[in-house]
Every structure is written in C-alpha cells, then in structure tokens.
Design a protein around this ligand. Structure first.
Ligand SMILES: Cc1ncc(COP(=O)(O)O)c(C=O)c1O
Length: 324
C-alpha cells in the first residue's frame, strides 16, 4: 500500500496525461530537447492543474458533509472555473469570491462560472480575504454547510495531488533533467518538489514565478511541501533553499499580457499547435524560452514543460487585442 492510498481521493481526472515531444519548437530555439506534460487535458471543464488538486479536496469536503463549496480568485480564475464545474458535477452549491468587476458580457472563465451556476461575490483585491471570511460565515449561519477551498487549492491536500502527479510522470518512464512549471499559489510546485525529493530524482523542478518575489514563493512552496509530506505521515522537512524559483519574468504584473507572454503563446501555437494561457503557462513558457536563449540549460539536456492548463482565459475579452 502506498502512502497515498491512505488519503481519500475521488477520481475526476483523465489520467495519466500524455507526455509529448516539442521538436519544432526546440529546433526553432536551437535549444534543448523539449517535452510537454499535458495537464491541460486532465478534464473537468477544459482541464488544468486544479482537477488533480480537487480530487483530494472534494473527498475531504464530502467527508465533512459539505453542501456548498466556497473559493476565491481573480475574475478570470481557472481554479474558480474548475471548482464551479466540480460543484455542479457533485451536486453541491458553489460560491466564488472574485476580485475585480463584473463584465457587461461575461467571457472566458467568468462565462463558464456562470454556466455552472456558481454564485459570484465581487470584491476588491485588498478586501478579498475579508470578503471570503464573511461569505463563509454567512453561508454557515444560513445552514449551507460550506467548505472553504483556499486560493488555488494550495494547501497540503492540493499539493499532495502533485506529489501523485510526479509519481505518474515517473511511471511513464520519462527521462528529463528539468521540469519547468508555472508557480503562483505554490501547491503545484510543492507537490512536484516533494515527489522529486521522495523519489531521489536526479533532475530539478524549476518554478517560474507568476506574481511573487522568489524568496516569498520559495518559503510558501517549502511550507506546502512539508505540510503535504505530513499528510502522507512522513516527517520530512523541505527548506526554501531546496526550492528553485525564477522570478525574472513577472513582467508588468499579475494577469498582464506583455510581449514575452505573447511571443511564447504564439510560438507554442505556430510551431506545435498547442495552446497556452495568457496568465500562467504563457508566462512560464516565456521564462523557459528566455532561459533557453541565455543558455541556462546545458546542451544535451531535456526540459519538460509541465502544462497546467488555463486555456479558457484565451477567450477573455480583456486579452483579445493583446493576443494578435
Ligand atoms: C493555468 C494555471 N497554471 C498554473 C497555476 C499555478 O499553480 P499553483 O497555484 O499551484 O502555483 C494556476 C493557478 O492558479 C493556473 O490556473
């Protein structure tokens, strides 16, 4: 019995996700061998990394007798879209606390949130946490049995899902020297880093920070990885120094599509027929391309880009002009 089988999980994702080669992109960059792990194909409303995390989160929510899932994010949050789909599928109510403003005609993830029947509570970025707490308390007082999923489902349970994902990659017998992944609330990288450590993997997991300074993200990821290990019953401590983060590609800030992200999205599309998203994978791929140009990776190395989804945001009206 593996440590994972002790943690309740509800199967939602289409696993294992494929690993594919990116030969045309690699040739165009005159770079290392490139692979992609297609977690944009996990299923559950256009897929993405949250499907894996929500398998563990839903199991706990149901064990707690939850009737309402409450979570939080930006207006175009992929995590919120997938949580809304999950709630619909599981027969639960869903309340999303979103920072930003309603659109006159909802597009992208927001349109999908509405299709799934989620209730939306709008707030500002600075008041988001307070609004979330208040929303939870009100739902509780109204007898709706709420279950709170944190930002990005990045807690010990969500991170654990990516420890399992790392094991899945190992079972696919993929030879890679690097995993490059978008890192924001940290759970995805935490799980991968924990998986690599538990497997004594000789390669390295590099998080491209989407919106945090490197030191902050290293601390967050290390804390999540340690908490996930604890859920597996292992007294294993991961230190921030063990977590590799590059924060050179923060661009103009969270959710702002700049020239580097646009180029990465266009190159993946034109050379490989693959779609990235404007906020996370576009930025992470821009980081990977930038590092290839700086010859950060050694000749002969293999770099696996872990695609974490997010593609519905391509259809958000705010990005329409910037993507051309
Ligand atoms: C498409 C996509 N990629 C990557 C991430 C980052 O994952 P994490 O929050 O686990 O760091 C997110 C998180 O919101 C996302 O939506």
């Amino acid at each position: 019995m593996t440590a994972h089988s002790l943690v309740p999980r509800i199967r939602l994702a289409a696993l294992p996700t494929p690993v594919e080669a990116l030969p045309r992109l690699s040739a165009q960059l005159n770079g290392p061998r490139l692979l992609v792990k297609r977690d944009d194909l996990t299923g559950l409303a256009f897929g993405g990394n949250k499907t894996r995390k929500l398998e563990f989160v839903l199991a706990e929510a149901q064990a707690n007798g939850a009737r309402t899932l409450i979570t939080v994010g930006a207006a175009q949050s992929n995590h919120c879209r997938q949580t809304a789909a999950l709630a619909a599928r599981a027969g639960l109510d869903c309340i999303l606390v979103l920072s930003g403003k309603p659109e006159e005609h909802s597009t992208g993830n927001l349109l999908l949130d509405e299709l799934f029947g989620a209730e939306i509570v709008w707030t500002s970025r600075s008041e988001r946490e307070a609004t979330l707490q208040k929303t939870f308390e009100t739902a509780w007082e109204n007898g709706r049995r709420p279950y709170l999923i944190p930002l990005g489902a990045s807690n010990a349970l969500g991170s654990l899902a990516y420890e399992a994902a790392f094991q899945e990659l190992m079972a696919q017998s993929v030879q890679a020297d690097w995993i490059v992944v978008a890192s924001s609330s940290g759970g995805t990288q935490a799980g991968l880093a924990l998986g690599a450590r538990r497997a004594n993997w000789p390669g390295r997991v590099l998080g491209i920070s989407i919106d945090e300074p490197a030191a902050d993200l290293q601390r967050i990821v290390a804390g999540l990885a340690t908490a996930a290990a604890d859920r597996l019953g292992e007294k294993l401590v991961m230190s921030p120094a063990e977590i590799l983060v590059n924060a050179d590609y923060l661009g103009e800030g969270y959710g702002i599509l700049g020239a580097a992200e646009r180029e990465a999205i266009q190159w993946f599309a034109r050379y490989e027929g693959l779609l990235l998203d404007p906020v996370y994978t576009g930025r992470a791929a821009a980081g990977m391309i930038g590092l290839i140009r700086q010859e950060f990776f050694k000749p002969g190395e293999t770099v696996l880009f872990w695609h974490t989804g997010g593609t519905p945001a391509l259809f958000a009206s705010r990005y329409a002009d910037d993507l051309r």
